[in-house]
Ligand binder design. Sequence first.
Ligand code: ARG
Length: 580
Amino acid sequence: MPSETAKLYLSHLLAASLSNLKLTPYLDSVDISFPEPKFGDFSTNAALILAKKTKAQPVEISKQIIEEIQKIDDKKVFGEITTTGGFINFKLSDGYLLKTMQAILDQRDLFGCSLLGEGKTVVVEYFQNNVAKPPHVGHLRSAIIGDCLLRVLKSQGFKTISDTHIGDWGVQFGILLYAFKTLKPDMDVLEKDPINELNKLYVAMSAQIEAKPELRDLAKAEFKKLEDGDEQNRKLWQWFVDESLKDFERYRLILGILPFDYNLGESFYEKHMPEVLAEFEEKKLISKGETGELYVDLENFGLGRCILIKSDGATTYHLRDFATYIYRKKQFNFYRNIYEVDNRQAHHFKQLFKSLELAGYPAKTDSVHVEHGYMSLPEGAISTRKGTTISLQNLITEAEKRAAKIIEEKNPDLENKASVAKQVALAAIKYFDLSHNRKTEIVFTWDKALSFEGNTGPYLQYTHARIHGIIRKFQISTDNFQINGKFQATNFKPEESAVLRKLVQFPEIVAQVTEDYYPNNLCNYLFELSQTFNAFYQEIPVLQEKDESLKSFRLNLIAATAQVIKNGLYLLGLEAPEEM
Ligand code: ARG
């Protein structure tokens, strides 16, 4: 199985050397980082920290640590170890770089995997589509980032549970039911395209309510009937849900995202809400407001009131989320519970986690709102109701059109043109979301979202396909890569060493995503790797190289790069065609 990363190995060496030197290891504040390449592959502030604590000179401490580490680095992972400004800098040895390249070629699709998360369950909640509404570009972020996190967590040995937590409950269903009953849609039309037609009904009724607010009460009454189990309303609602689930599954397949383990919508938690209320009541967490509403008082924490039951007796979105957390905790005994939801709900999640903490749950540490910035259009917010929206379907159709056109220009003889165009189109769409720091707001424009140049998904795919072109040209079999026995790892050319050093970082970058949930770091890494590779291939002769063992090393380096790009693309949820 894949072995520990160089960074992890270094942290063990560091801990061991500090303990051998009888320096109290203040490991809490000691960190290991990736410095600028001119300093080395890793840096640590250990000497600075210890110097401060022991009142010794950092140079003195550095010297002792370096000597000790050199003594115990029996795998010879590190070559040169130097110090600058109190930092200790580590350079990976050429032998280790070469070994890693071999490991990539041996482990292939498994390179980058680890057992970091063994025995730990993570719930990932994403793609919280709303029933009876067509998903739009804004829903994409949660789906795509969530799917990437799921893939990364799986690759690190976590047991994952994916759940879409669909929006299938609330007053909007009263509006829809009321629209259905009063606007009397043509059933033949409705059944042909249920989601779009239901959405039209909803939009029409919302407009009527806006003009005549008293209609809202009639709509609310329909929701109340639904909540109370009215047979007709339940049946209609179930039909809305069933049709929507079919639609979500269709999108999942088009988007190429992993299957969902659960679609436990908000309605699922209805039956659990009374227990939650009772539990909160017993824990003395519930206050009663001026108009009879029930809430958890979070004023002392600057978080206002978290309403559980409204003054008209209706349950809230918050209450359903309490029930969700508690259910997941009992059912899955998760180590971590991730909500991939846009940042407009940041306050909601703060209230949720704080209240749960007051109720004695470890939500502060075991749950995280992995928030993303909201996507809008140049003309303003996305709103299906106001017609300012781009449906997922239109986005995909347009992307495929553009990708097909480019392929037609660049490689008209390509086999499977249509399927490659689909793969490239999706890569553009997904990478657009993944490569932005997830916290940033995105203004969607067609040209940016469907760009194929620069730091984009298609560029990475293209680099990968180009390498496969080289492999085909040299007619090397990728099945039995072996470093030529005569090859000596001495004096790599800077371009070779740059590629090797980037390759080594891959497992570290992937592991990091399981800690901070920033897929854009993986995107940036793959982009840098591609650029580093392209610089290498431009500068260093491979074909013309006379020395057979050197040539074989370079071919191996090429193949290892293709493998790492492929593995990275997989984790991002992108296809890696070998020709395009
Ligand atoms: N369906 C919700 C919405 O559209 C998002 C759900 C977020 N997840 C949660 N557990 N509250 O706003």
